[in-house]
Design a protein around this ligand. Structure first.
Ligand code: PLP
Length: 375
């Protein structure tokens, strides 16, 4: 079955009680016992399980080609559950160009002291191999394309290196989504998502998911963290995410086409020093992305000539593209990452990161052109 069809049907069916085609939103926090004390529907307490959340989890497991999905209240809750649940060595290899939320988790919570994080450029497989062989390693954490440098990491090779070293590999597939990249098929031991982004798709829900293959050692600990530590995905967010999922393949194609057009226009502009986007043939990640992704993604960064001040004033002149953090919604968003991330940021001073939305690409290009004209 094709992903467009799975996105609409997986985890759902016409409601047998009412004939409703759209899956019902179940808000009940508790479920009735039978006279013998059993729970005939399998549902007992909404923190343990809930029909709407279960449908979302089942759909995500199918889309990623996994066996189980476990939904949390945010992408960060899903990430934290994998870190806390993996049970292996406390040494975790992360990308040096890591999502800033993980940097903050390390720097500002106990996660940073309970685990040892080693940041490497995973594009260099020898560097990754050396990092995992230096000491027992529990997890290799892969983000591709990366944030905000839009680097592409070889998922198959990185997962193989992790396996040979006795570590579990985890791929954050938020940016690519299962429409463009399926890490479990490339050898990953786990996939995490911020469903807040493309899966929801409209910047109006917050949720996260861990997807695991059959027999994963992570399944029980991550499920127990979901149940007992309590950061479960809310039924309404799951219902909205299921709604979003139905158009995910269509939206991703439109996002990708828009990003490609915007990247090409920016690359041709004299006020732009460089464009970081694997869809451009000269990008270092172009060939690799072509082998492991079915599209080049919808996130790009570009460096404005003149540094931070010039970049900030370009962002300040935009009238259609919204100055806001996050990504994956219908609105195009732009952000000066160096000022958001502070001293540890790998973003060049003139870098603006853009989440290309679903507006017509020519309107986005016109907005960028007028903002860049004075740069
Ligand atoms: N992973 C990636 C790659 C992200 O970009 C983000 C948020 O931007 C997250 C995880 C965190 O997700 P959430 O905002 O749902 O906690």
């Amino acid at each position: 079955m094709h992903i467009e069809t799975k996105a609409i049907h997986a985890g759902r069916r016409v409601d047998p009680l009412t004939g409703a085609v759209s899956i019902p939103l179940h808000t009940s926090t508790t479920f009735e016992r039978a006279a013998d004390g059993s729970f005939p529907t399998g549902f007992e307490d909404a923190r343990d399980d809930n029909p709407t959340r279960k449908a979302f989890e089942d759909a995500l497991a199918v889309l990623e080609g996994g066996s189980t999905a476990i939904a949390f209240s945010s992408g960060m809750a899903a990430i934290t559950a994998v870190l806390e649940g993996h049970g292996g060595a406390a040494r975790v290899i992360v990308p040096d160009d890591m999502y800033f939320g993980i940097r903050s988790l390390i720097d500002e919570t106990d996660i940073g002291t309970r685990f040892e994080f080693i940041a490497v450029d995973m594009r260099d497989l020898d560097v990754l191999r050396a990092a995992v062989s230096r000491a027992p390693t529990g997890l290799v954490w892969v983000e591709t394309p990366s944030n905000p440098l839009i680097r592409v990491v070889d998922v198959h090779a990185a997962c193989q290196i992790a396996r040979e070293a006795g570590a579990l590999s985890v791929v954050d597939n938020t940016w690519a989504t299962p429409v463009l990249q399926r890490p479990l098929e490339l050898g990953a031991d786990a996939v995490v998502h911020s469903a807040t982004k493309y899966i929801g798709g409209h910047s109006d829900l917050m949720a996260g998911v861990v997807v695991l293959p059959q027999g994963s050692p992570l399944e029980r600990p991550v499920r127990m963290i979901q149940r007992h530590k309590g950061s479960v995905a809310a039924p309404f967010d799951c219902w909205m995410a299921l709604r979003g999922l139905q158009t995910l393949p269509l939206r991703m194609r439109a996002h990708c086409a828009g990003a490609q057009a915007v990247a090409e226009a920016l690359a041709a502009h004299p006020a732009v020093e460089s464009v970081l986007f694997p869809g451009l043939p000269e990008d270092p990640g172009h060939a690799l992305a072509g082998t492991q992704m079915s599209g080049f993604g919808c996130m790009l960064s570009f460096v404005v000539r003149g540094g931070a001040e010039a970049a900030m004033s370009v962002a300040g002149r935009l009238s259609l593209i919204v100055r806001a953090t996050s990504l994956g919604g219908t609105h195009s968003l732009i952000e000066h990452r160096a000022s958001v991330e502070g001293a540890k940021s790998m973003a060049p001073a003139g870098l603006l990161r853009m989440s290309v939305g679903l507006e017509h690409p020519q309107d986005l290009i016109a907005d960028l052109h007028q903002a860049l004209a004075l740069a």
